[in-house]
Design a protein around this ligand. Structure first.
Ligand SMILES: Nc1nc2c(ncn2[C@@H]2O[C@H](COP(=O)(O)OP(=O)(O)OP(=O)(O)O)[C@@H](O)[C@H]2O)c(=O)[nH]1
Ligand SMILES: [Mg+2]
Length: 469
């Protein structure tokens, strides 16, 4: 038995395209200005509330969602095309949390109204082409960046159905049958407990009004504590504005059933228990079931349930169902108008921020020394790691720029303070560097050329080049 109101998915923004190194070619000008275009930004991943969905079952079949990468930059300052965004359709009422969210952290998004969108992951920034590196001092830069990797994450989805009316009651009380009779929905109905495994939504039309009903699997005692299936589904009721409490009139103890459900609701969430509720005493078409009705009615009145909120019905024959729906309309009318009930403090991001995905600082890093007893150092930090990944080691100027950043960020100083020595290996992100005490540009150039020669200029990214500081 599985239920599909939670799911775990993998999201990845598209990688940025690589920047290009090119120069303008003009007649009589041997070497024109830099003309390498930027790579395109990678596509973002969005969640979109799709009213045609009412479960997360689709995420059994597909759990990976990757947006398209940006195109590479070209010559003549042609920028790469932006990668297309990817939209992940989710049923209205879906909450998205990052899997590694801290305790108490607000969810990433809560999609309630049909068509509502929220940004989940950004694509990577496109790498800059050499035209973008032109400065007064360097008007013929020969370097370009790799695109930034798109952000990736695992996310947990939770569905809390959006409905006007939540139908609660013990298993077999007739909840699904009631949903079927008030709406065109055809929920699964059978003569054993827990026929309903996936919550059903039904649209009821009466008196020119449309009301959405949610039928959830029966609640068992202990449901609030996670015993039985009911707990999984109680959350759906949180979204509904009023409740119908279906009581099985043919049960040996209808009042006991009623009390057990009320207890579950209160233990799960007091806000849930405080929702307006109508008691539908069901199956009155069965001979003898009416016998207890008066008794149960008296007991409910004694507990403060209003007379108008206790109705005898037969979901099977439809008897008493119209007055029941009208009573629900009246209760809904008493409530303040509400667009949609939000249950979290998620702040949906609807416009991608105009900045890189990472707001990490370049001077925030850690150094691990002497890994495995070797003369190897590892520098970690979100910003410096990203910088290393975007550095295109094919170009000497990119390597020189990287060295400058090591200086400016304080990483070189920190390494010296920790006792780095000539010939030591320094790992920064995906790049492996060899430490040299000779800080001159000439030494760096020689080392870079040596490294390129050894590589045949073939490899990208996980480059190894001697580093002189
Ligand atoms: N005679 C009679 N039988 C009914 C009535 N309502 C429901 N039933 C029967 O009761 C059984 C259970 O009905 P369901 O609608 O599946 O009950 P449920 O509350 O949805 O049950 P779960 O999904 O298991 O929690 C079925 O055999 C229905 O045909 C009614 O008004 N009269
Ligand atoms: Mg059912």
């Amino acid at each position: 038995m599985r239920c599909f109101d939670t799911a775990r998915i993998y999201l990845k923004g598209g990688d940025g395209g690589r920047g290009c190194v090119a120069f303008r070619r003009e007649k009589y000008v041997p070497r024109g200005g830099p003309a390498g275009g930027n790579g395109g930004d990678g596509g973002a991943v969005w969640a979109v509330a799709d009213a045609s969905l009412n479960s997360l079952a689709a995420f059994r079949k597909r759990i990976h969602f990757r947006a398209a990468p940006g195109g590479a930059g070209g010559g003549s300052c042609r920028h790469g095309a932006a990668g297309e965004d990817l939209e992940v359709p989710v049923p209205p009422g879906t909450i998205v949390r990052r899997r590694d969210a801290a305790e108490g952290e607000a969810p990433l998004a809560e999609l309630v109204a049909p068509g509502e969108r929220a940004l989940l992951t950004l694509g990577g920034r496109g790498g800059r082409g050499n035209a973008s590196f032109k400065t007064g001092r360097n008007n013929a830069p020969t370097l370009a960046e790799h695109g930034e990797a798109g952000a990736e994450m695992w996310a947990d989805l939770e569905l809390q159905l959006v409905a006007d009316v939540g139908i609660v009651g013990v298993p077999n009380a007739g909840k699904s049958t009631l949903l079927g009779v008030v709406s065109a929905a055809r929920p699964k109905i059978a003569d054993y407990p827990f026929t309903t495994l996936v919550p059903n939504l039904g649209v009821c039309e009466l008196d020119f009004r449309t009301t959405v009903f949610a039928d959830v699997p029966g609640l068992l005692e202990g449901a609030h504590a996670g015993r039985g299936l009911g707990h999984e589904f109680l959350r759906h009721c949180q979204r509904s504005r009023v409740l119908v409490h279906v009581v099985d009139g043919t049960s040996p103890d209808p009042l006991g059933d009623y009390t057990a459900i009320r207890t579950e609701l209160e233990l799960f969430n007091t806000a849930l228990a405080e929702k307006p509720q109508v008691v539908a005493y069901n199956k009155v078409d069965v001979p003898d079931s009416g016998e207890y009705f008066e008794e149960v009615r008296e007991a409910l009145l004694a507990r403060g349930v209003a007379e108008a909120d206790i109705l005898a019905v037969s979901a099977a024959t439809g008897q008493g169902v119209t007055p029941l729906v009208r009573r629900l309309h009246a209760l809904l009318d008493e409530l303040p108008a509400q667009e949609a009930v939000r249950t979290t403090d998620a702040e949906n991001v609807t416009r991608p921020p105009r900045r890189s995905i990472s707001d990490a600082r370049i001077d925030e890093f850690d150094i691990e020394a002497n890994l495995a007893g070797l003369r190897t150092w590892r520098v970690t930090g979100a910003a410096i790691g990203r910088f290393a990944a975007m550095t295109n080691w094919d170009y000497y100027e990119a390597a020189a720029r990287f060295q400058k950043v090591l200086e400016v960020s304080g990483i070189s100083r920190a390494l010296r303070a920790r006792g780095v020595r000539e010939g030591d290996t320094v790992v920064v992100g995906g790049a492996e560097l060899i430490w040299s005490d000779d800080q001159s540009a000439g030494a760096l150039y020689e080392a870079w050329r040596e490294d390129r020669r050894a590589k045949g200029n073939a490899m990208q990214g996980s480059s190894r080049w001697p580093h002189a500081t």
